[in-house]
Ligand binder design. Sequence first.
Ligand code: CA
Length: 226
Amino acid sequence: MANRILIIEDEEKIARFVELELKHEGNEVEKAFDGREGLEKALSGCFDLILLDVMLPGLNGLEVLRRLRMEKDTPVIMLTARDAVMDKVSGLDAGADDYITKPFAIEELLARIRVALKKRGPVTVTATHNLSIKGVTLDEERYEVTVNGEVVELTNREFELLRMLMRNKNIVLDREKLMNEVCGYDYMGETNIIDVYIRYLRTKIDDRYGIKLIHTVRGVGYVVKE
Ligand code: CA
């Protein structure tokens, strides 16, 4: 079974090597080379596991983990330096599932990845709860959106798109990212299909209730602002 794995590691040689090994095992892999990019990918993508280096430019790994854990339950294995005992403790405290000390044998890393994945069970272990912004409430359990208590009828894709934006509030998501989430990674169509769905959502929510929920960021994508 293919898993989607995100590698957040600024040492490109290590990231590349681990990527090749993981792909060889049949996994899909994405990489990020600094903390900010990593966090953004981790929050907006749908990963089964994240390998997270502690010493990163931008945001350090512990900070990435702390922010990730406010929203997501994705299994995380920290990559730490040999003597950084504090990093290991802080990492586990902050919600890491495991850590591995650099330099590591790839077999050991693969074994730990298997354990972490098994422990968490199959894909999409995301907590269900209510997201609420500007009077718009999205109930992930009931699959329902209400505005000031009134139910808004949305199609599945509109719902997924809105959920993605609301989960990542205040973070600009580009069309490709949104499309991957809403249409699946195999979708090869035009990214402007997202613009069409956004237009539907705006008609049903922003325009109808006079709210400015979904903002366009020219040349980039969309963001829901608190
Ligand atoms: Ca590093």
